[in-house]
Design a binder for this molecule. Structure first.
Ligand code: PLP
Length: 418
């Protein structure tokens, strides 16, 4: 039972007992804990493979040229700072959703997508989770992959959903456990919510092939599951936004009614500006109006309306042909550098003398590689070499560059040689 200081004591300004005396300190987010440990390490050769932020070969998080140009244009436009509508900038919502679904999708003519601007991908997931919790039957479970991005479980649980898992990673083969995944999807209760990563699966870097996507889609259709795509890396995975969207667009062609969360943090380098969108496919124009109105009610009670600045820039890049062309060059450059660092790491492991099979590093895609290193090896890398990655062996390839790759490879070889 909580006991508070009497109101007369508090009014006089010397409360004998704080309201928050009983609040215990919570654990640090697993990813953030790695960053804290890294910051405290004085070794000048330390390597940061923990953070999910793109870095160029100089170790800096760049502002993309397309965004720099959009900023210059926005500055000239003398834009105001009025409130943004609850569901965001209408033209941003349109361009974001066309980017995800493909501008020529018949869904736009039929007005069958409700889209709202959100606080990046996390905000899109949370508004989507609130919507699912509010409008699906109470007992509907939400299935997330095992493993998945560290925040997925908390986002859906905090919204009030029951969270379960389906298999994704085959540790022995360092590959997708497609049979285990399909089995779990088929054993899930009818009309469960299935959260899938659209591309660049975090943390494993293992995306299904098109054949495997087809099987996953079929299994979900058989069970009438509601498929929720987390599309946080479109364009960043392969360098080609349409290729990265091919998996979830197949689901649309097969008749799924998807929920799609989008982020422009990684593919446009807009991390801190919090630019994202939530799209809910509906059965009719009338349903779109209803869903849209309910999303506004959820948003209004959370943060009233989203910020303008980043969404204005992203909207400009997506809708102005010259800027969009530049962006495609920019995003490909990031994807290519990541791919180059994957092969450079594997090459350097060979040069360092490692006889182990590291081909999964180059087979995986996106910002992260699931190295296969165990917690003991990860901690040894930390203590002996100042190399920081998550305890599950996930390393951010973005933290590798031409100056540290040889050092990193030697360190990994030292902790993995028998
Ligand atoms: C799979 C996945 N989903 C969503 C997010 C959310 O990103 P943000 O909220 O920065 O857009 C991330 C970020 O790392 C992610 O990896």
């Amino acid at each position: 039972m909580l006991r508070f200081a009497s109101s007369s004591v508090r009014r006089r300004g010397f409360a004998s007992s704080s309201f928050w005396k009983y609040v215990e300190e919570g654990p640090l987010d697993a990813n953030k804990a790695t960053t804290v440990a890294l910051k405290a390490d004085p070794n000048p050769n330390k390597v940061n493979l923990g953070e999910g932020i793109y870095k160029d070969d100089t170790g800096k998080c760049p502002v993309l040229p397309c965004i720099r140009e959009a900023e210059a244009r926005l500055a000239k436009a003398n834009a105001d700072h009025e409130y943004c509508p609850i569901s965001g900038i209408p033209s941003f919502c349109k361009s974001a959703s066309q980017f995800a679904f493909g501008a020529d999708s018949s869904l736009f003519k039929e007005n069958r997508i409700a889209t709202v601007q959100t606080l990046s991908g996390t905000g899109a997931l949370r508004i989507g989770a609130d919507f699912v919790a509010k409008f699906l039957p109470k007992a509907t479970p939400v299935f997330i992959s095992d493993p998945t991005w560290v925040n997925h479980r908390a986002l859906f649980q905090t919204a009030g959903c029951e969270v379960r898992t389906y298999k994704w990673y085959d540790k022995a083969k360092n590959a997708l456990d497609i049979d285990g995944c399909l089995k779990d999807l088929r054993n899930a209760p009818l009309r469960s919510v299935i959260l899938l990563h659209a591309c660049a699966h975090n943390p494993t870097g293992i995306d299904p092939t098109m054949e495997q996507w087809k099987k996953i889609s079929d299994a979900c259709l058989e069970r009438n599951h509601i498929v929720f795509f987390d599309n946080a890396y479109q364009g960043f995975a392969s360098g080609d936004p349409d290729k990265d969207a091919a998996g979830f667009r197949h689901f649309i062609n097969q008749g799924h009614q998807l929920i799609v969360a989008q982020s422009f943090a990684k593919n446009m380098g807009m991390y801190g500006e919090r630019v994202g969108a939530l799209n809910i496919m509906t059965g009719s124009e009338q349903e779109t109006t209803a869903v849209d109105s309910q999303l506004k009610i959820i948003i209004r009670a959370n943060y009233s309306s989203p910020p303008l600045f980043g969404a204005r820039l992203v909207d400009m890049v997506l809708s102005e042909p010259a800027l969009k062309k530049q962006w495609f060059v920019d995003v490909k450059e990031m994807a290519d550098r990541i791919a180059l660092m994957r092969s450079s790491l594997v090459q350097n492991l060979g040069k360092a003398g490692s006889k182990l099979d590291w081909s999964h590093i180059t087979n995986q895609i996106g910002m992260f590689a699931f190295s296969g290193l165990g917690e003991k090896q990860v901690m040894k890398l930390r203590s002996d070499f100042s190399v920081y990655m998550n305890k599950d062996g996930r390393m951010s390839i973005a933290g590798i560059n031409s100056r540290n790759v040889e050092y990193l490879a030697k360190a990994i070889h030292e902790v993995t040689r028998s």
